[in-house]
Design a protein. Structure first.
Length: 402
């Protein structure tokens, strides 16, 4: 097949971008002709398609004139559409697989695909299809206030960085895309949801279930480092942001007298460090870890903790850890209960409940960690690159038939 992959970033920024790059490699290795479309950035990996990339859109500008220009690109990026149309005319793909296109690329490119009569599948790495702030979360809790296109709620609750102006732009964007132009409904043939939760919440917001296919995330095949006796620390790795609930983990660790390793960075980092000092937690902030250092940290941990407040979709952190034979302690939210079976391959606790999380940390002895870790690895057996590829190709074939 001739496949065009689309994502706003062409470097491993976050989980969605890492998956995008992994998928490009997987498809090439299986003999497909793959091209990519993204936004220009000095961080991008080398690509022969970079001449088609749209100009970089910096969302963090200060002047009013620049903010107005950026707002117009967020709503409908004509330059991205023109560049994308040129790539379509040159490549003539059998299908287009979009990932994160919001804001920087905008859905203008979807209309270019329809004009060229090329089918589109869109991967839902977050909740932007239904939620202006991507996260289905505001004011410290899961939020569904914008059902029935009620996007004024985004402004009312200042859902974008606690800013009225940024929230107003997001609400306008969603209104134009979903109530006026119906640009996603009319120009995307299939949506790929990494979890049943993602599919079901979109259906709850009014989308047709027939347009969704569920394809669970995978992590590239791990090479395990044998650890018969894991260390006594619990590991969190990921972004340090309020919705990730790392403060809940610190409070629980203080109660359970547990040792914690935190691998990540983000805007909540200083607050979390101050809190750890105040609580007297035995914690090490290791900064952002990737590659072999991260794999070693996972392998040596007793268990992995995902203490999220927001409804996680299907986090790669949990999948990667379980593939390496590690039990996962996770909040009962989003797609996490689909991944973690309580008492089997990990433990579940109620969102925001550090008492329950403390009990989970205490329960996860070395013996329990080894037992649940073995079941965690077993639960990922068969869900490898070959399995994922075959599932994806069946979706592609259905898309082309449509």
């Amino acid at each position: 097949m001739k496949i065009l992959l689309v994502n706003k970033f062409y470097y491993p920024n976050r989980g969605a971008d890492k998956y995008f790059l992994f998928l490009e490699k997987l498809l090439r290795e299986n003999g497909h002709e793959v091209r990519v479309f993204a936004m220009e950035s000095p961080l991008n990996l080398p690509s022969p398609d970079s001449r088609y990339f749209s100009k970089q859109v910096d969302l963090h500008v200060s002047s009013l004139i620049k903010k107005v220009k950026i707002a117009s690109k967020i709503i409908y990026n004509t330059e991205a559409k023109q560049k994308f149309s040129s790539l379509l005319a040159d490549f003539k793909p059998d299908l287009i697989h979009c990932h994160n296109i919001y804001h920087q690329l905008s859905p203008s490119i979807l209309e270019a695909a329809t004009a060229a009569k090329i089918p589109v599948a869109m991967h839902l790495h977050d909740y932007k299809l239904i939620c202006p702030n991507y996260r289905l979360y505001t004011k410290g809790a899961e939020c569904r206030r914008c059902k029935k296109h009620n996007y004024i709620q985004c402004v009312k609750h200042r859902c974008i960085e606690n800013s009225y102006s940024k929230s107003a732009i997001a609400a306008l964007e969603m209104t134009l895309h979903h109530r006026v132009k119906h640009i996603y409904r009319d120009n995307v043939q299939l949506f790929i949801a990494p979890s049943l939760f993602m599919r079901d919440v979109c259906v709850d917001f009014g989308w047709s279930k027939e347009k969704f296919r569920v394809l669970e995330n995978i992590s590239p095949t791990p090479v395990s480092i044998s650890t018969d006796k894991p260390a006594d620390y619990f590991l969190y790795f990921g972004a340090l942001e309020e919705e990730k609930g790392v403060d809940i983990l610190l409070k629980a660790a203080a109660m359970a007298n547990a040792r914690i390793l935190i691998a990540g960075e983000g805007k909540d980092e200083m607050r979390l460090k101050d809190l750890s000092v105040k609580l007297g937690v035995n914690v090490k902030f290791a900064g952002k870890l990737t590659g072999e250092p991260l794999k070693q940290a996972i392998n040596e941990a007793r268990a992995i903790v995902i203490p999220s407040r927001w409804p996680e979709n299907m986090p790669l952190s949990g999948i990667e850890a379980m593939g390496l034979g590690k039990a996962v302690i996770a909040a009962k939210t989003g797609g996490l209960p689909e991944l973690v079976k309580d008492g089997v391959n990990g433990l579940l606790f109620s969102v925001n409940n550090y008492d329950e999380l403390s009990a989970c940390l205490s329960r996860m002895t070395t013996e329990e960690a080894l037992r649940m870790g073995a079941d965690a690895q077993k639960s990922r057996e068969g869900k490898d690159e070959k399995w994922h590829y075959q599932k994806l190709i069946s979706i592609y074939e259905e898309l082309i038939r449509k």
